[in-house]
Design a protein around this ligand. Structure first.
Ligand code: GLU
Length: 472
């Protein structure tokens, strides 16, 4: 079988991490089976859909490496097709025009509620009922098209994630498939498109489980004679925030591009999302190629996954550590410039990255840390007061002199100079290293200080020390 999957976002906002995870699973499934991954933009909510949002979604997908083989296809460009299919359903008796007004439907709903019933459309415009009740289509009215849902029996499917699911048909009513303005409703657009695009596996969030029985009915009505197979369905559980509520903005960044802007590497987010509700034994760190080799729907978890920002940060750190220095340097250079640095005026950025990357959880932290090499530090007075004790000053001045004379500017010589400065002072290494670090870098946390000094260069180090020590 030629596997065809799709991702069908509604362009009403950014690409949410939940959507990205669905896209990733659909993509991985298609790639795993040498199939085709289709991108469809479900833009029929005309009030909320925007082009900016479509673009943000495409950007997010490209950044994550989720390349699609067909599309993006926009539903609003297919209105003629939905109309044609709706008319076919009407001709075959599976759908009908409904002229019920909003007022009528409101009062129907109120009556049902007052009787303690669940509100549902009563099928009054089904042709045989309308005829029996003497209903006549009003002249000039704009009807909607409704689907004739079977009233008895049940509808079910074997979900590839959740197992057997069934719904009694009595719970479903005759849903609108085409609005009066000719725009399809979600459930109709999806079925027409999934059929036209020959989708074999519908992989989506489990918030759509309740829509699936309606879609199956429409599918069957459309394919009765053709014998086309229903696609397989795989409903992926939701993502929850650390507090167990559905993941939302309240929990922090939920947009993929926000993670990019916050300094995450795409492969880290991909890896994290892949592990969110899917597993391959105890494997935690793996790339997209590995995911494609391993991915299956059988190991998608049936229960909701919990989003853990700390774990994502940890993964990002692992990927930063493993990334080539040149790539990281290119990625952080714009941020350094934004922070006011002139990267050409300091040590080579790649060497700075090599020294710092083991500690960075994001690219922004890495850029922030790299700034010490490119901008004069301005240690806070409180920091100076805390670390630059009177006892340390003489030792720092000795060190200053030794560093000025050190035969070669390299780590070993720098450490030797520090030991010499200590020897005459009676201080312990941290009592010298910490004030030195604060004076030269403006920070209390850096990699090994001799490595930092070596890379910073003699001239810069002596200039920075002189600013605080000269004139004592
Ligand atoms: N546009 C729907 C959504 O964003 C797609 C659901 C589906 O994949 O069928 O939730």
């Amino acid at each position: 079988m030629n596997v065809r999957t799709r991702f069908a976002p509604s362009p009403t906002g950014y690409l949410h991490v939940g959507g990205a995870r669905t896209a990733l699973f659909s993509w991985a499934y298609a790639r795993r089976h040498g199939g085709t991954f289709v991108l469809r933009i479900e833009d029929t909510d005309q009030e909320r859909s925007t082009e900016a949002s479509s673009n943000a979604i495409l950007d997010g997908m490209k950044w994550l490496g989720l390349d699609w083989d067909e599309g993006p296809l926009f539903q609003m460009q297919r209105l003629a097709r939905y109309k044609e299919v709706a008319e076919r359903l009407i001709a075959a008796g599976h759908a009908y025009y409904c002229w019920a007004t909003k007022e009528e439907l409101d009062s129907l709903r109120n009556e049902q509620r007052s009787r303690g019933e669940k509100p549902r459309y009563d099928g009054r415009w089904r042709p045989e009922r309308a005829k029996a009740a003497g209903l006549v289509a009003p002249a000039g009215g704009a009807p909607v098209v409704r689907f004739r849902t079977p009233e008895e029996g049940e509808v079910g499917w074997r979900d590839l994630v959740k197992g057997q699911i069934s719904f009694p048909n009595a719970e479903l009513d005759d849903l609108v498939i085409l609005r009066a303005d000719g725009v399809p409703t979600y459930n109709f657009g999806v079925v027409v498109d999934d059929l036209d695009m020959q989708i074999t596996h519908v992989i989506r969030g489990d918030d759509h489980v309740n829509n699936t029985p309606r879609q199956i009915h429409i599918f069957r009505a459309l394919t009765k004679d053709a014998g086309t197979q229903l696609p397989e369905f795989a409903h992926v559980p939701m993502i929850l925030g650390p507090d167990g509520e559905r993941l939302s903005k309240r929990h922090g960044a939920v947009s993929v591009t926000q993670y990019r802007d916050d300094g995450f590497l795409p492969e880290a987010l991909d890896n994290y999302l892949a592990r969110l509700g899917w597993s391959h034994g105890d494997d935690e760190l793996f790339g997209m190629q590995q995911l494609v080799e391993w991915f299956d729907l059988a190991h998608v978890s049936r229960s909701a996954a919990q989003f853990d920002p700390d774990k994502l940060a940890w993964m990002n750190q692992q990927y930063i550590k493993a990334a080539p220095d040149a790539r990281l340097a290119a990625l952080i250079e714009p941020e350094l410039r934004r922070l006011g640095a002139a990267p050409d005026a300091g040590p080579p950025l790649e060497r700075v990255v090599a020294l710092l990357k083991d500690r960075a959880t994001t690219l922004l932290h890495l850029a922030e840390a790299a700034m010490l090499f490119y901008a004069e530090p301005h240690p806070e007075p409180a920091l100076l007061a805390e670390h630059l004790s009177e006892a340390a000053r003489p030792a720092l001045r000795t060190l200053q002199a030794r560093l000025a004379e050190a035969p070669a500017w390299e780590r070993a010589a720098i450490s030797a100079a520090m030991k010499q400065a200590l020897a005459s002072s009676g201080l312990k290494m941290p009592q010298l290293a910490m004030p030195l670090r604060v004076l030269v870098t403006g920070r209390t946390q850096t990699p090994s200080i001799d490595a930092v000094l070596e890379l910073l260069g003699r001239e810069a180090v002596l200039a920075r020390l002189a600013r605080h020590l000269d004139g004592d």
